[in-house]
Write a protein that binds this ligand. Structure first.
Ligand code: HEM
Length: 359
């Protein structure tokens, strides 16, 4: 069977596709950074319980206090890219979601369970005693499972040739484990999360230090070291991912291929000063270099999707039925929402420092 025959006809869009592309990249960058801090900080807090000579309490306490907050933001900043990816690639992502429907629908239950447990961890952190470790471990495992479901879906959507396997597995249990890109892609996300989570912890204790609170200050150094070492490991995983790409995908004779190579190369180059800044404990510098790397990697991820789908689709082929009003309304609500969020975060941070404790 010709897999191209399975492609549904895409819907029309109200404004040129570039608008949705920019919004997708912007909101996805925020989502993935939050997801990184959420998973990575919880993972590091968990591991710190098993490391001799590391005082885990300040890290565990700060993670327990902030986790519900970060999960809520991760989920909410996941909704926006979900809307934009559906606008541009709806006929791909709807199909892949149906093909793996059982895992996909399970994500809702898994997110709710992790969110519920994070509240237990927050409000019963002291009383849980030794049970703290299995609770945190369950949260980390839930995050890792959710991430696997996302990677599976996003990989499946850009491989329409694998959809024909539906006829062997029509029960919504299709997975992409036979895809050589899946494992390195998944590990690349998890390792990046550990790195950014380490930087998040370092940044948090650095910020407290700036306000005269010196408790847990060794976590600035520990967080930075997690960042640098995880990033070093991730360069290796990134190369594994690169070599797992289908032959000819990195086509340097076309502009998109050159852009993809530039984004990957640029991300790699920026990772070097980021690692050095992390090893030297220079949190602020490491944050800026790391942000540059993440932005370029998000761009590279998008160009890779375009290259993989190029034989059958490009968002520039979407038909436009002009209507600017919904976009203007969305942008106004988006800017207002961001301003409100900024105010809310500043307000609760101020509140938590003046109370000097639980928010
Ligand atoms: C809370 C736990 C979550 C984790 C650990 C997580 C993790 C991830 C990961 C690792 C990716 C990248 C997948 C890839 O490119 O292969 C991803 C992408 C994505 N996530 Fe999340 N996610 C979470 C929650 C959510 C939720 C609740 C939503 C939606 C409401 C969401 C929306 C998205 C979207 C739309 C993308 C893909 C965007 C694109 O392709 O450009 N995420 N997520």
């Amino acid at each position: 069977m010709d897999p191209a025959a399975l492609l549904p006809i895409p819907d029309t869009i109200p404004v040129p596709w570039g608008w949705f592309q920019v919004l997708l990249l912007l909101t996805f960058t925020i989502h993935i950074l939050l997801m990184n801090v959420m998973f990575g900080s919880a993972f590091i807090a968990l591991i710190s319980h098993f490391r001799r000579g590391v005082i885990s309490a300040p890290c565990t306490e700060s993670v327990s206090r902030t986790l519900p907050f970060i999960i809520a933001f991760t989920v909410n900043f996941g909704v926006a890219p979900l809307l934009f990816v559906q606008v541009l690639y709806g006929h791909f992502i709807y199909t892949s979601s149906i093909l793996m429907a059982v895992y996909w629908l399970a994500v809702v239950g898994l997110v709710v369970s992790a969110y519920g447990l994070s509240y237990l961890f927050k409000y019963r952190c002291d009383k849980l005693g030794l049970a703290r470790v299995p609770v945190l471990m369950t949260i980390v495992l839930l995050f890792a499972t959710i991430a696997l479901a996302f990677v599976n879906n996003l990989s499946l959507m850009q491989m329409p040739s694998s959809w024909v396997r539906y006829f062997e597995e029509p029960r919504g249990l299709l997975h992409g484990l036979q895809d050589p890109m899946l494992l390195p892609r998944y590990l690349h996300f998890l390792t990046a999360s550990i790195a950014v989570g380490g930087l998040g912890i370092a940044g948090y204790f650095h910020w407290r230090q700036q306000r005269g609170d010196w408790g847990g200050m060794e976590w600035v150094r520990i967080g930075c070291r997690w960042f640098s070492f995880a990033t070093m490991v991730n360069i290796g995983i990134g190369l594994w991912f690169l070599f797992s790409l289908p032959q000819g995908i990195l086509n340097l004779t076309i502009p998109d291929g050159q852009l993809l190579a530039a984004a990957l190369g640029g991300g790699l180059v920026l990772a070097v000063p980021a690692i050095r800044a992390g090893l030297a404990g220079r949190v602020v510098a490491a944050v800026w270099w790391a942000l540059g790397t993440v932005v370029l990697m998000v761009l590279a991820r998008d160009l890779l999707r375009r290259a993989l789908l190029a034989p059958c689709f490009s968002p520039s082929q979407l038909k436009i039925e002009p209507s600017f009003a919904p976009l203007i309304l969305f942008l106004a609500a988006f800017v207002l929402g961001m301003a409100l969020i900024a105010w809310m975060v500043t307000f609760s941070l101020k509140n938590s420092t003046t109370k000097g404790g639980r928010s």
